[in-house]
Design a protein around this ligand. Sequence first.
Ligand code: NAP
Length: 291
Amino acid sequence: MQQATHAGSHKLGTLSINRMGYGAMQLAGPHVFGPPKDPQAAIAVLRAAIELGINHIDTSDFYGPHVTNQLIREALHPYRDDLVIVTKIGALRGADASWQPAMAPAQLEAAVHDNLRNLGLDVLDVVNLRLMFDVMGPVEGDLEEPLSALAELQRKGLVRHIGLSNATAKQIAQARGIAEIVCVQNQYNLAHRGDDALVRQLAEAGIAYVPFFPLGGFSPLQSSVLERVAAECGATPLQTALAWLLQRSPNILLIPGTSSVAHLRQNIAAAALALPPAAIAALDGIGATAA
Ligand SMILES: NC(=O)c1ccc[n+]([C@@H]2O[C@H](COP(=O)([O-])OP(=O)(O)OC[C@H]3O[C@@H](n4cnc5c(N)ncnc54)[C@H](OP(=O)(O)O)[C@@H]3O)[C@@H](O)[C@H]2O)c1
């Protein structure tokens, strides 16, 4: 059995994917801007992910921009039938590498076409509307216009399923009145637990929750409790952080990011790591103190 299958699968609309996936953002250059130093190494990571059973890759055309999508295409096209590529639209990169909102209907349409072209696809499996009312985190704002524009692109057959990213519970409720939402991608990990209630609500609604920065993002998680629990479980701290997420709720799907095949193997191996109740209780305490 391939390792990524060990954590089971979950539905994204009509699609079924392994709960252990891969996030491609780390494949672009420094600050997610420009090409990586070694494009062949990035391609090797993508091919290794597929060999290890990954069938869910998270990406965006604003990583690079265009770089990660072009690497995915070069490494994996023509794609396996079971591969689900989830992308996101709603932002643009400035010449200074800044992240800027791009949620006007014409910008969203152009972004869908950019993703289709750069990935070499006729239809995008899942498109997350990345809300940019604030780049750093969810902030209330009306999403009717941008989400209606994305729903129109879905009606035209360019997009199979729709998700949201960087969204509040209120925005998700508004969105569900406009389109079917299959996943929500917000920041969440052992030490960043602001979405605890939302994860539960989405599980009840059958909607996947896909935490970004599952390992803590650009500065991976560090905690003495995490180190102790990991040593007791015979795993690395970051494997333990991923296993905690998998056990947190059955609707959580993982997309840890890495530019290294060695790290990729470690991360995917966490799909088979079962944490005992005492370990979960100790890890739960990290978020309680960090919150
Ligand atoms: N919707 C959004 O707004 C949003 C925002 C950010 C990210 N995302 C998505 O979420 C995905 C995951 O987030 P992320 O990649 O930023 O953060 P992450 O998965 O929390 O962590 C990535 C960082 O951890 C390091 N790392 C990964 N595996 C490791 C290991 N086994 N041992 C030691 N270090 C390890 C990586 O460095 P190495 O490359 O050296 O392994 C990188 O610095 C992204 O790829 C992207 O697809 C979405």
